[in-house]
Design a binder for this molecule. Sequence first.
Ligand SMILES: [Zn+2]
Length: 301
Amino acid sequence: MLAAATAACSSNKDEKPAASGATSAVTTSQVADTGKFVVRYDRAMASDLAKDGKKIAQDNKVIDDLAEALGNVYKLPKDVTVVGKECGEFNAYWDPQKQSIVLCYEMFGIAEKFAKAQAEDDLTLFNVYFDGITRMITLHESAHMAINLYSLPTTGREEDAADQLGALILLTAPGVGGLGGLGAASDFWFAVSDDPASLDARSYADQHSLSQVRAYNLLCWLYGAVPDKLGMLVQQPGQPEEKGLLPSQRAVGCPDEYNRMRASWETLLKPYIKIELGLPTTATATTSARATPSATTTPTR
Ligand SMILES: [Zn+2]
């Protein structure tokens, strides 16, 4: 669902954060790491999409894997639930009242359909798409969690900040998995972008950036992480404009943008995480970072 896809994590918009305030001077040794991510699969009863999403998520222990990945990143002072549930729409969100990350079964259902359409019978490519999309969305929500749980300061829109941190953690994955996953997530965001003719005041005023903008941001950070290896993502002189190809005017600043973003999040999160954010310097990029040259398939509603 196009509108719902762009409004991901908006269902808790009226809820107030459980904690707020300026970040205190916390050192690594002061941060308790006594909590864990606890997985729960709720029922799916109403829609076939939710039932399908639940089946693929539960049969393949997808949420278990996501929770394990989160546990390898964050230090938790208390348990946080990662719950799969039927939401009635494509969505995922951080619930500050229940201190839980909610992953809607519809999100898994749509990610599976999109991945199948892109990969056809290529299982490896399917996994790049399915894992990339579901991880990017989960990591985005984990960024909301981190901002709330650790009372991190944010300037600008939190939704953009959450995309930044989500992308950085995704890129932290070893090998080319993180690069491919981020490319797949960018493809997905392009595919669910609204027709510009349908945009209205609500679209422009939304707390999320337009899906097209989010897709190009991911592409910029992907290219910015390894600019010497991913030149194929950039529009070359004389090359026609193409969806999913980074205009050179933006691309030229992406390495600096990526490095500043990485340094900023490292400063903010250092006491609270167990990893070094961003692409390891030893990682190598291949063309698999861009799973397909175009993303024209619209996921089934
Ligand atoms: Zn969000």
